[in-house]
Design a binder for this molecule. Structure first.
Ligand code: AMP
Length: 114
């Protein structure tokens, strides 16, 4: 997906504040943070969203959560708590159509979310 902004971040064609990277996954700071810690964890492979995950993506989908866990520890928010969010589709407000998991922390969260 040549015009996908998150594919381009994954390929390091667009600059971002990367906090974690391996062969399959990259995590970087959100450009418009909604909490003191706001990091996006994405697969490097293009998957448009949760609806587009296949059974072959089972391991990859799980790895996004494990990377979020690692980054939460790295950022010092693991003990106090954090929220993992995946917006899926229009009603959820998904703006970027490349699967991404939001890691939010560093402040008290409200429930239910808006
Ligand atoms: P969503 O609404 O779940 O699709 O979230 C998309 C997120 O991507 C938003 O929180 C944006 O602030 C963030 N975002 C968009 N472009 C960039 C970028 N170039 N670098 C970092 N974060 C971005």
């Amino acid at each position: 997906m040549e015009d996908c902004i998150f594919c381009r971040i994954g390929k390091r064609e667009i600059e971002s504040m990367v906090v974690y990277e391996d062969r399959e996954v990259i995590a970087f700071r959100d450009i418009n943070p909604q909490a003191p810690v706001h990091i996006l964890v994405i697969p490097k492979k293009h998957v448009a969203g949760v609806n587009d995950l296949g059974t072959e993506d089972q391991t990859l989908a799980g790895r996004l959560i494990l990377v979020a866990q690692k980054v939460a520890r790295q950022e010092g928010i693991a003990r106090n708590g954090y929220r993992l969010v995946i917006n899926s589709g229009e009603d959820a407000g998904q703006a970027v159509h490349h699967l991404h998991l939001h890691l939010l922390g560093g402040r008290k969260m409200k429930w239910p979310p808006g």
